[in-house]
Design a protein around this ligand. Structure first.
Ligand code: ADP
Ligand code: MG
Length: 316
């Protein structure tokens, strides 16, 4: 049975919005930010064939579309408030819409973020979400605050999503169990929202790792006008990744996209006190140090190694 545009919106994408003044239903949503807070706004689009495979489970796709956006709020240290969803669907497919909605709202509920509007159109499957969060005025974490002497830290593990992609591409073979774990990392990233909030007033800079560690570190370094020394051996990796050939491991760790971990800098005095206790939900690792100068110097066991530094660029 084919559903109309408004039926689709009403059945699958209209949920209660107790925090918003007005949610889905009018020409605009109306929000009431807490006095004294600044808004943080970010959009990320997921396009079939480019960001996900046509075979992906709709529930996982719904999760990921919101997760990658929440990850941007996390990188700014923001408290999630509201989001909009611009959705193109090839057909008014109930199973697809219901799956997407389940994935979206399960994650939204855990982070207290409300769907307050959007747009729905026919077209190649495409999800564009805009998230709105808030931070106490002047406290948003930025890419520009890293200083020579700061320690460089990362949450979780890196590289699994890229390894999963290599399995899908047919360039890597792993056991069924290992593939399940890698695929989970690729399809169900957990945005580090609580960590980002805790880093406010503590971290000197932060970014989420979405386009590969070296590329995203490069953004911090350029915006901050500093360089960094990175210890490749210290990069945190899953047991599955640690079992892959060393050259592939290094590629996944340094250049793999879709990690959605937080990369941040801590002034050394702060790091000594809080580095290990900042985050009960996810392990944190010190992976290097900010230095005067430019660019990244990669080291392995104290010896310099040379690696290309470009991150992912859709038009390169
Ligand atoms: P307009 O014609 O003003 O663009 P629409 O008819 O497109 O409004 O949308 C009607 C209402 O439904 C609006 O409140 C809009 O924000 C909301 N909406 C449309 N698509 C979605 C969606 N995918 N998710 C949530 N809300 C949506
Ligand atoms: Mg519209």
């Amino acid at each position: 049975m084919a559903l109309g545009e408004f039926e689709l919106i009403e059945r699958f994408f209209t949920w209660p919005t107790p925090r918003a003044v007005l949610g889905v239903d009018d020409d605009c949503a109306v929000l009431a930010p807490t006095p004294g807070m600044q808004l943080c706004v970010s959009s990320d689009m997921l396009v079939e064939g480019r960001h996900f495979l046509s075979t992906v489970d709709p529930q996982r796709l719904g999760h990921k579309a919101l997760a990658v956006n929440l990850s941007d709020l996390a990188a700014c240290g923001a408290d999630p408030l509201a989001f909009t969803l611009a959705l193109a669907l090839p057909r008014a497919d109930e199973r697809l819409a219901e799956g997407l909605a389940q994935g979206l709202f399960a994650l939204a509920g855990r982070h207290g973020i409300e769907l307050v509007g959007g747009d729905t159109t026919a077209g190649p499957l495409n999800l564009c979400i805009t998230v709105i969060g808030q931070v106490p005025a002047g406290q948003a974490l930025l890419r520009s605050g890293a200083r020579a002497g700061d320690e460089l830290w990362v949450s979780g593990t890196l590289g699994d999503a890229r390894a999963a992609l290599e399995v899908f591409r047919g360039t890597l073979e792993v056991s069924g169990e290992a593939f399940t774990a890698l695929r989970r990392a690729m399809e169900l990233p957990e945005p580090r929202v609580a960590l980002g909030q805790r880093l406010r007033g503590i971290a000197s800079s932060a970014i989420d790792v979405s386009d590969g560690l070296l590329g995203d570190l490069g953004h911090i370094l350029r915006r901050s006008g500093v360089g960094a020394r990175l210890d490749v051996n210290a990069l945190p990796r899953s047991a599955v990744l640690a079992g892959l050939p060393p050259a592939l491991q290094q590629e996944c760790l340094l250049h793999g996209g879709d990690d959605y971990e937080l990369l941040f800098t801590l002034p050394a005095a702060v790091a000594a006190e809080v580095g290990s206790i900042l985050s009960p939900e996810v392990p944190l690792h010190c992976i290097g140090r900010i230095e005067a100068g430019r660019g990244v110097q990669c080291q392995r066991g104290g010896r310099a190694v040379s690696v290309p530094t470009a991150g992912y660029d859709h038009f390169a």
